[in-house]
Design a protein. Structure first.
Length: 149
């Protein structure tokens, strides 16, 4: 299991998507459409951010919830790529590259969701914290001395 979200292949792929979208929206035709540029950038950032936030929550249930949001944002990016192509802001090659990248991320997210749903591990939040023998003895002595009084 990954110790940080940066170790997740899907987060790294989402980071790649953000870079791709920012470079893509910097071309002359596309960058004039401020609304679409803002929306597709925000959607791509949402994919990456929700993977990270869900991971950091420390619970598989919450992680899955955030992964679903990230997956939805990946679909939003794909839709906005269609709009950009239909408006001739991007060439077919860049369109196909972006769609493939976002579909790959969606598939990775789906596999991660299925893995987490089937896992018996519930997350860091639920890890049982064990006390040392010394801590246990101290607690018992405190309880015993309270009962004596």
């Amino acid at each position: 299991m990954a110790r940080s979200f940066e170790e997740l292949d899907v987060w790294q792929k989402a980071r790649e998507l953000v870079g791709f979208i920012y470079r893509l929206t910097n071309n002359n035709n596309f960058k004039k459409d401020f609304g679409l540029v803002d929306q597709i950038r925000r959607a791509s950032v949402s994919v990456m951010s929700n993977i990270a936030e869900g991971f950091e929550r420390g619970s598989n249930v919450e992680f899955v919830q955030f992964l679903y949001i990230a997956k939805g944002s990946a679909g939003e990016v794909r839709t906005q790529l269609y709009i950009a192509r239909d408006l001739a802001y991007i060439a077919d090659g860049k369109f196909k590259q972006g769609v493939m990248l976002s579909k790959d991320i969606s598939a990775q997210i789906s596999r991660l969701i299925q893995y987490l749903k089937g896992s018996r591990y519930r997350g860091e939040k639920f890890k049982k914290k064990y006390k040392s023998m010394r801590e246990e003895v101290d607690e018992l002595l405190k309880e015993f001395s309270k009962k004596k009084k």
